[in-house]
Write a protein that binds this ligand. Structure first.
Ligand code: M6R
Length: 603
């Protein structure tokens, strides 16, 4: 969610670091910072907001002799986007930048505080530098201190660390977050969390694997895996910047579909515990006296809200009303202060959702935002916020933001259910186990993608699509239809499967395409009957199900699951890929479809 860069060599360090961060700015722009060590001294600069602010702050700084530099652009996960929370974080003589989340940072922080260490920031990252320096103080040689430090960390991280104790070395470590070591023919070495900052500087790269770590001293790289030294194998670096940002995918939307397994893990990190859900951000939020929940959102976020309404009522036994924000604003709604008002927004800037939030606040309701962008207008206004941690979403058609919203809302449901004791401990633990398995369901396998790509050629015409489903698969049907219309410009509707017979079935003929979501774990027989009714009227059926369906014209088989949410996420991926491949075949602009904008800040 953040971006990091590093350099060791004789060229001007500031210019590589700033140019590299510019390439990574799309990954986060809450704040940015660099630290440069030369002649045994370290200078560090940080600035909040866009990178331009850091550029201004460093305009008189030069770093032309041999030295080392590290840089970071931040997407806040722990702590507000302030200068103090910006990276690099420092101890007495060492500096660190980090991308990811240190899951056990609280216990490490308590341990270090008990030793008298004073923390400056609210971040999880700061523990790294203090741990390292404590090991050095205990007498460990710097390399060993670094190895012992990373051995204490749990979670996802790409880390770069520099220290005055070793002025010609840069230390690095990678786990579950990308990190690349690169070099050029002049013997300069670079590090970055993606390809794009390296293009034009380096020729060869090593994409580090999880669990790998090491150090670069002058221009010598030492690379290790599980304590064993390994021989670094470089490969050529492709030199196309835009495609580097897309990391080999054709479109940002495609990349974001594939990223879902990772960002959903990020969203759960530190929140899903062995036998409970924890939200650090809700520690001082008072849920007593809340009798109902109202959720307001637009577009995809509205669909996420609809999914959650089933979960809230099922687990937390709380009445939930979901409203489209643009409708809510003008209906003169009755607002009861005993209602928790939740807004959901990827961007945090959607005008209709923001206005709805203002109305709720003015009426004295407790407000909670579920949002992907820290410090956005919605986050600043709401009483509390849960960040969805999807990272920057570039494709206008939202995919990974939706997945993380659903995960967040599912966790919130269980959190409230636990608090209200409307769920047994056994059932709660079953749900937690189902939650942690979701990243696996989100893994896109090549065979599935290829099958959808091949199928897509049959769905480029016709007079419309109906996506149908029941229960939580009804909002998924709405979302599938929205994805398709946004980027294919074909007419598509989402409908409750059981409602087709009340009117829309009149449209059925062979040119009406029905995308039938037929999960095994929820109302399979009921949905099947509804699909049979359409098939009897000659509608063309694409069935998505773990159960073979004889009447389907096309069939995508999903895996046998025991939990509805696992089926939900598997089917979500399929609907996203189907929309993508149809759009590609139609020659449309997948990432920037006509007439749309990523953030809708007008009414
Ligand atoms: O940023 P928000 O989540 O508030 O945006 C709401 C909608 O504008 C957004 O979900 C829109 O529907 C997307 N283009 C869907 O792909």
């Amino acid at each position: 969610m953040c971006g990091i860069v590093g350099y060791i060599g004789e060229s001007e360090k500031k210019s590589f670091l700033l140019a590299g961060l510019k390439e990574l700015e799309y990954r986060g722009y809450d704040s940015a910072g660099i630290a440069v060590m030369q002649n045994g001294d370290i200078q560090s600069f940080k600035a909040t907001g866009k990178l331009a602010n850091l550029v201004l702050k460093t305009q008189n700084f030069e770093s032309k002799e041999f030295g080392i530099g590290i840089g970071h652009t931040r997407w806040a996960t722990h702590g507000k986007p302030t200068e103090t929370n910006a990276h690099p974080h420092w101890g007495k003589y060492s500096f660190v930048v980090h991308n990811g989340i240190i899951e056990n940072y609280r216990e490490l922080k308590e341990e270090l505080q008990a030793d008298g260490l004073v923390f400056l920031s609210q971040t999880d990252t700061e523990v790294i530098v203090h741990l390292f320096e404590r090991f050095v103080t205990q007498g460990l040689e710097v390399r060993e201190a670094f190895v012992q430090t990373i051995a204490r960390l749990q979670g996802a991280y790409a880390i770069l660390l520099i220290t005055k104790k070793a002025p010609d070395m840069i230390f690095f470590s990678k786990n579950a977050v990308p990190l690349i070591v690169a070099q050029n023919t002049q013997g300069e070495k670079f590090l970055a969390s993606a390809d794009s900052p390296l293009i034009g500087y380096a020729h060869e790269v090593i994409y580090l694997e999880d669990g790998q770590y090491g150090w670069i001293q002058n221009n010598t790289l030492d690379l290790f895996e599980r304590g064993k030294k390994i021989v670094p194998t470089y490969k050529a670096l492709a030199q196309d910047k835009l495609s580097a940002q897309k990391e080999g995918y054709r479109y940002f939307m495609e990349k974001e579909i594939y990223e879902q397994t990772r960002v959903v893990s990020d969203t759960m990190m530190g929140r899903v515990r062995d036998n409970s859900i924890e939200f650090e951000e809700l520690q001082s939020f008072d849920f007593s006296n809340i009798h109902a929940i109202k959720i307001c959102a637009c577009g995809t976020s509205y669909h996420a809200a609809l999914v959650s309404s089933y979960l809230f009522e099922r687990f937390a036994k709380t009445t939930v009303q979901v409203e489209i924000a643009s409708e809510f604003r003008y209906k003169e709604p009755l607002l009861d202060p005993k209602t928790l008002f939740i807004v959901i927004s990827q961007s945090g800037e959607t005008a209709d959702t923001l206005e709805a939030l203002k109305m709720a606040k003015n009426a004295g309701l407790k407000t909670l935002a579920i949002c992907n962008v820290d410090n956005s207008s919605i986050v600043r206004l709401a009483d509390a916020t849960i960040l969805t941690r999807a990272g920057i979403e570039k494709g206008v058609a939202s995919t990974k933001a939706f997945a993380t919203q659903i995960i967040t809302l599912w966790m919130l449901t269980l959190f409230i259910a636990g608090m209200k004791k409307t769920i047994t401990q056994g059932k709660l633990e079953d749900e937690l186990q189902a939650l942690v398995k979701i990243p696996l369901c989100l893994h896109v396998n090549d065979f599935l993608h290829e099958k959808i790509r091949r199928l897509s050629k049959r769905y480029l015409h016709g007079h419309g699509f109906f996506f149908i489903g029941r229960d939580i698969f009804y909002p998924l049907a709405l979302e599938g239809a929205l994805k398709l219309k946004e980027i294919s410009y074909l007419h598509a509707e989402g409908y409750p499967a059981g409602e087709m017979k009340h009117g829309p079935i009149a449209l059925a003929d062979s040119e009406l395409f029905t995308i039938a979501l037929m999960p095994q774990t929820i109302l399979y027989e009921k949905t099947k009957s509804n699909v049979e009714e359409l098939s009897a009227r000659d509608a063309t059926i694409l069935a998505i199900s773990p159960v073979e369906f004889a009447l389907a014209d096309d069939f995508i088989k999903t895996s046998q699951q025991t939990h509805p949410m696992s089926e939900f996420f598997e089917m979500m991926i399929i609907t996203q890929l189907l929309a993508l491949e149809i759009s590609v075949r139609l020659g449309n602009d997948v990432d920037m479809p006509r007439n749309l904008a990523k953030s809708v800040t007008v009414e």
